[in-house]
Design a protein around this ligand. Structure first.
Ligand SMILES: [Fe+2]
Length: 226
């Protein structure tokens, strides 16, 4: 079974004016497609033929790792973007406030890490082993799977992601990339993780859901002197 290029979840023009159809045409149909083709060629007749992308990323080295990781990274990148406006979920917002102080501080830190990553690479929002959010920069194709972290969101800072639209001005690309983020995708990734909800909130829940009622009651219970 060969790996196939994912279907783009929107039209190539969908993210304009922030990311142009020309950029997506090159980035998706040429660069991303090339990683898929190279991976299929490289794994043929090796122990990795027929294995999952995740297995290959965790176990391969060299060209096989690089191309497998780039396929995963680009799949993740495209799914993290949308023309539809969205906002972070209540759970994610609370975790961002807990771990970064505020949404503004989180955005500033994330975009600064992306702007200053030397050379080619990716910046990720991840959930660490201790269930805390963190921003991780990885060079070239390296990614959170390789480091046993749960990926929630990624930004591609290889030049092919922005050079057509923004030339060498990476910060302008980053500001506009932020405008087309699909926060629902981030929330879905977070929902995949079994988080100890009593540990995930530092503030009382601020919506009227059952899970928030539970968290609030647990916090009151824990704060009650025995
Ligand atoms: Fe890319």
């Amino acid at each position: 079974m060969k790996f196939e290029l994912m279907s783009l979840p929107y039209d190539e023009k969908a993210l304009e004016p922030y990311i142009s159809a020309e950029t997506i045409s090159y980035h998706y149909a040429k660069h991303h497609a090339s990683y898929v083709d190279k991976l299929n060629t490289l794994i043929e007749g090796t122990e990795f033929e027929g294995q999952s992308l995740e297995y290959i990323i965790k176990n391969a080295e060299g060209g096989i790792f690089n191309n497998a990781a780039q396929v995963f990274n680009h799949d993740f990148y495209w799914h993290g973007l949308s023309a539809e406006s969205s906002t972070p979920s209540v759970e994610l917002s609370d975790m961002i406030k807990r771990d970064f102080g505020s949404m503004e501080e989180f955005k500033k830190t994330f975009l600064n890490k992306a702007a200053t990553l030397f050379g080619s690479g990716w910046v990720w929002l991840v959930l660490n082993e201790n269930e805390k959010l963190s921003i991780e920069s990885y060079s070239n194709a390296d990614n959170p799977l390789r480091h046993h972290k749960k990926a929630l969101l990624t930004c591609d800072v290889w030049e092919h992601a922005y050079y057509i639209d923004y030339r060498n001005v990476r910060p302008d690309y980053l500001e506009n990339w932020w405008k087309v983020l699909d926060w629902n995708f981030v929330a879905d990734n977070l929902a995949d993780v079994e988080i100890d909800v009593t540990n995930a909130y530092s503030q009382p829940c601020n919506d009227n859901s059952d899970v928030c009622d539970y968290v609030d009651s647990m916090q009151k219970y824990e704060e009650t002197p025995s």
